[in-house]
Design a protein around this ligand. Structure first.
Ligand SMILES: [Zn+2]
Length: 91
């Protein structure tokens, strides 16, 4: 009578890995993401952080990003004019 291998042993012999680790594949770079690795769902696609950055930089105008991060926008002239009106600001 042959005793069957434990499932972890059988899997190790077949795949080199004792357990089946489930992963999520990045839709853009096809990297496999496991366990605690962060994934982002962008337009319904699961993507890694690096690919999310690329998508954001390709998809959004810098003014939209500045608004999203509450970064003040002005022009050089307006900035200089404000600085001259308030020369002691920031001191
Ligand atoms: Zn990726």
């Amino acid at each position: 009578m042959k005793i069957p291998d434990h499932p972890d042993i059988a899997r190790t012999l077949l795949t080199g890995c004792p357990r089946e680790y489930k992963s999520v594949q990045c839709a853009d770079c096809e990297k496999e993401l496991y366990g605690d690795e962060k994934i982002y769902i962008s337009d319904g696609d699961t993507v890694c952080g690096d690919c999310l950055k690329k998508r954001i930089l390709e998809d959004y105008d810098i003014d939209v990003l500045a608004d999203a991060f509450d970064i003040r926008k002005t022009t050089a002239d307006d900035y200089l004019e404000e600085s001259e009106e308030n020369p002691y600001d920031g001191e």
